[in-house]
Design a protein around this ligand. Sequence first.
Ligand code: GTP
Length: 826
Amino acid sequence: MPDLNGNQNGKKEENFAGKKLRALPYELLQRGGDAVKVDLQRNRLKQITGITQLKNLTELILCRNEFTDFPVDIRGLHQLEKLYINQNTIKTIPENVFPSLEKLRFLKMSTNRLEQLPQDINRCQHLVYLNLSNNCLRDLDPVVGLSNLKELYVERNRLTDLPELLFQNSSLTLFKANGNPLRKPPQEVCAGGLRDIQNYFAMLEANAPNQKTVKTMFLGNSMAGKSTLCRSLKQGCSVPVDVDDRTVGIEISEVDIEGIRFIVWDFAGQEEYYITHHVFITAQAFVILAINLSSYNMDAQSFTENVEFWIKNLQLRIPDSVVLLVGTHVDQCTDENDVKEKKEHIRDQVNEMVKTHIANLERSKKNFQDKEDSSLYYDQINQIEKLIEYKLKVLDLVPIDCTKEDDIVKLGDHIKSVVLNTDTFPNIDRTLPRSYYEVEKDIKELLKNGDIAEHGIVSQSTLLCDLKDRHITLDDEKLKLILQYLHRIGVIMWYKEIPELAGCLFVEPPFLISLFKAIVRHDLVQELKKISSAQLKSENALAVQKKKWINDYKYRASLNNVAIRILVRTELQKKYGVTDDDLIEEVVGSNNKEGSLLSLLKYFNVCLSTKHNSPLNPKANEFCPKTKWVASNPIVYEPDACLFPSYLPDNKQVEQKWESDDPEDLNIHVYFLPEIPHGFFHRLAIRACSLYSPYWIGKDQCMLCCGDRRLLLRERREEDQFIEIRCKENELETSEDIQKAWEVIKKIMIRLNKLTEQWQGLCLTVHTPCKSSDCDEYFEWNDWQEWLDDSGTGKCNIGLEEIHSCPNGHQRRTELLFPRTPDAST
Ligand SMILES: Nc1nc2c(ncn2[C@@H]2O[C@H](COP(=O)(O)OP(=O)(O)OP(=O)(O)O)[C@@H](O)[C@H]2O)c(=O)[nH]1
C-alpha cells in the first residue's frame, strides 16, 4: 500500500511534477538521499545541478522540461535504471555520459532535436528499451552492439540506411522506424517488422542495385484529362481516350522512363471514389494534378473545385508530396493570352493558399507557445513544427494540348527533369535484393501465360507453389515477405490482416478496383434502375424489391445485399467474362456468407452491415472496462443490407433518438488542424459502430449505445473544425457510471487516433468545454494521448484534483471533465 507520500513498498518516491520549477527544489536535495524515484516532469528545468546527491535514484522523470543540452550531471547517478528525458529540445549528448550509467535499462529520449548519438551509447549494456523517435538522427551505427536491447523506436527521424549489424544476432523483439526517408531497407520492408528486415538483409547481395522508383498519381476533376495524360505519357505520343472509356475507380500501371520506374495510379475524378483512395495513397509521392483550362473560370469557385480541393487533401494526407500542375485542353482556350491569364490566376491562388496554410500553422504554434505553461504543450508544438517543415511543393503549371504529340513529348521530358532534380526528390532511390524484382517479374509472366486467370485472383498456396518452382532458394517465409512488399508498393494486393481474405491474393489490382466501382459510384441509382427482370429472377427477387432498393439507397444510403450481388455479378461477367460460379460466389457472397468484396469495403470503412429494420436492442450487453465484451448481436453474417454513410442526406433519425444536448453531458471536443479530412467522420462512425452494435448514423452525426448509455459523435465544420463526443448526463449517476462512460469514450478515441495515422498532415488537440451555459471557456487536455496509451508511463495528470474551475470561475467535479486515472483515485 502506498503511504501518505505515495511511497510504495517502503521505497521513497518524490513527486514534483508540474510545479513550474527552474531548479531542483531545496527540500528534494535536503531529504532526497533515499529517494529511488523522482518525478520532475512538466517543469521549466534547463539544468539539474545537485542531482548527484540523490545517489540511490533508480528512476528519474525529466520529460516536458526546457533542456536544450543534455544534463551531464546524470553521469553521477550510478544506480539509475530508468530515465525519461523525452519532450525537451536537446540537440547533442556528449561522450562519456552513458558509460557511467551501467545499470540503465530504460531510456526514453523521443521528441528532442538530436542529430547524432554519442559513440559510447553502446556501452550501456543493460539497456533493454530505447526510444529515439521524433529526432533528427541520420545514423544508427552507435546503437549497434547493445546486446540486451529488446525494443528500439526510431520513428520520424532522417534515417536513410539502417545498419545491417543491428539486426544480426540481436535480442530485438520490437523495432519501429516509420516516417524515415529509408532506402536500405525501403520503408515498405520495415513496415513488415523485424523478421522482414532480417530476411531482407539475408537476401541482399553485396552489389544489389539501387533503383529509382517514383510513385506517381494522376489526380484532378472528372474530364480533366488524367487518363489521356497517363496513357499518352506511357506511350510517348498522344492517345485519345473515348468519353465512354473514362476511368471509374483507379487504374494502376507502370512505366520505365530512362531507368526511373514510375508506378502510376490514375485516379478517377468523381468524388464518390475518393473514399476508396486512402488505401492507395502513400508517402513521398509525385502528383500530377490535371486541370481543364478551357472550363476554368478565373474565380474562387473554379479554383476551389479544380485545384484547392486536391491540394488541401494532399496537404493532409501526404504533406511531403510534389505536385505538378498540368493545364489541359489549351487548344480549346480562346487564345494564348487566355491560357497565360489562367495560369497566372492558378499560380497566385496556389501561392496564397500555401502561405495561408503556413500562417495558420504558425499562429496555432504561437498560441501554444504563449500559454503560461507552454511546456505542457510540447507535443502539439512539436507536431505543428513538423507540419510547417513539410512544405508540400507545388510546381509551376505546364499548359498542354493532350491531343498534340509535341506537347506530350515535352511534358514527358519535363517530368523526367523534375524527378531527377535531387532538390525536389531527395530520396527516390531504394535498394532491393534481386529476388524482389524477379518475383515481381514472375507474377507478371504467370498472368501473361494464363497460369493465373485474367482477373488475377489466386490462392496464396497456389502462388507460393508456382513461385517456389522458379526460385528454389526462396522458402515460404521469404516469398511471403516479398509478396507483402509488393502489396505495400501497390503492385499486388494481399489483405493478410482480413481473416477471410488472408489466403487470397489479387495480382491484378485494377480488377479489384473495377469491382469497387460496381457499387461505389456516383450513378448508382441509374445502375439499380437498369437491373433487368432476368437478373432479378436469378436472385429470386421481385420487381417491387428493386423499387425498394432504389428508395432505400436514395433516402437511407443503404444498399441491399441482393442488389450488391447483382451489380457485382454483372460487372464480373461483362468486363472479365467471369462465369465461374465458385469465384463469383467468393466475391459477391451468398445468403449466408459474406463475399470478399464486402469484407474489403468494410475493412476500408466504406460501409457497414446493417440489419435493415432492426430496432434498438435493449438487451445489448454493457461494456465494462477490462472485461471481455461480447457483442449482443452475435457476429453472424446477416444478409440484409449495407449502409454507406457518406450518402446520407440528413440527421433526422439520430436527432430523434438522441433528443437534446444537456450542458451537463460528458463532452469533449477533438480539434483538427488544419481541418477535418474529407470522409473522416464517416469512417470514424463506422469504426465506432462496429464496436457498439445499436447505432444510428446521419450526415454528420452518429449515436451509439453501450448498454443503456447513449453516446453521440458529431462533426462540426465551423471556423474551427472539431468532432464532439458526448455522453448523456442523465445516465451518469454514480462515479462508477461516469468512469464507465469515459472508458467507452476512450475506446472511440483510440479508434479516432488510429485513423488519423493515415493523415500525416494533421494535428489534433482536445478540449473539454466549460459546462456552464453562456461560458466559452474550456479546459485544455494535453495528455489525452497518454490516457489512450495503456502501456504508457505518463498518466492523465489532470484528474488529480477533485474540483476544476474554468478561467471564469465555474466549478465542476473533475471526473465530469476528465477521466480519473488509477493514480488520481488512490
Ligand atoms: N481537345 C482536347 N481534348 C482533350 C484534352 N485532354 C483530354 N481531352 C479529352 O477530354 C476527355 C476526357 O479526358 P479523360 O482523359 O478521359 O479525363 P479524365 O480526367 O481521365 O476523366 P475521368 O475518367 O472522368 O476522371 C476525353 O475525351 C479526352 O480525349 C486536350 O488537351 N484537348
